[in-house]
Design a protein around this ligand. Structure first.
Ligand SMILES: *Cc1c(COP(=O)(O)O)cnc(C)c1O
Length: 238
């Protein structure tokens, strides 16, 4: 068996293990596994390994850097590989919206009206709508990315008035290296914020993008519908 074959098997095994772990977390939370989707985060590897994850069955991939997303989608096209659905999960500068928007189905990291408007303008120019999530900073720490919970309502209302973006929910990351109980508290607060915004702004916000390799169980227990899993998919891969 050659090395690339071995790698493909490792990636397939990792994907299967992640699927099982997510299903297990769902059953422990008393939730239907169908209600939680996995965004496979491919930022740790190049395009060839990314394609192997798609071949293993992962249909939705997340990248956090626009440039890398551009490179990978170009590579997929050159190779004639059937592309996955791409989600942008990291910061998107407004001057990169034009080139990125045609490549993605969803952006998780909207944290300003200026960015939402730039996406809206570009989506209109492409005669489409784009699903977007508001990134919430659950820590009240001004240094971190995301909107502070207290500013979310005003922003959600303004975005709801834009025609070519579809605000479908919230995204959040727990505090780095948080204890399990703290991560769970933070995710619970995001779910409560979602419920409150949905009621106050009269918009459906079905999507909660929260949980990564280290804390997806806590996120699923608190209602995550999208988990963004990176490291656990690339164990043993260089
Ligand atoms: C890297 C990244 C992830 C995946 O994190 P892992 O801990 O490697 O699973 C999820 N979300 C965002 C925004 C990321 O940048």
């Amino acid at each position: 068996m050659d090395a690339s074959n071995e790698t493909a098997i490792l990636i397939r095994d990792n994907w299967q293990r992640v699927l099982e772990e997510v299903a297990e977390a769902c059953s422990q939370a008393g939730r239907d596994p169908e209600t939680v989707s996995i965004v496979g985060v491919s930022k740790y590897v190049g395009p060839a390994l990314t394609a192997q994850l798609v071949a293993a069955g992962c249909a939705t991939l997340g990248e956090n850097r626009p440039q890398v997303l551009w490179e990978k989608t170009a590579w997929f096209e050159e190779q004639g590989v059937l592309p996955p659905t791409w989600h942008m999960i990291g910061h998107l500068q407004r001057n990169k919206v034009r080139r990125t928007l045609p490549l993605i189905a969803c952006i998780h990291s909207v944290d300003s009206l200026r960015l939402a408007k730039a996406i809206n303008t570009e989506a209109a120019a492409n005669a489409r709508t784009l699903d977007i999530l508001l990134e919430i900073n659950p820590t009240d720490d001004e240094g971190k990315t995301g909107v502070l919970p207290g500013q979310a309502k005003e922003l959600a209302q303004a975005i709801a008035g834009l025609e070519n973006v579809n605000l479908t929910g919230l995204m959040a990351m727990s505090t780095h290296h948080a204890e399990e109980t703290q991560a769970r508290r933070e995710f619970a607060a995001i779910r409560e914020l979602r419920d409150q915004l949905a009621a106050e702004c009269s918009i459906g916000l079905p999507v909660l993008s929260m949980g990564m390799s280290g804390d997806f169980r806590e996120a699923i227990a608190e209602g995550a519908t999208l988990v963004r899993i990176g490291s656990n998919l690339w164990q043993g891969i260089r």
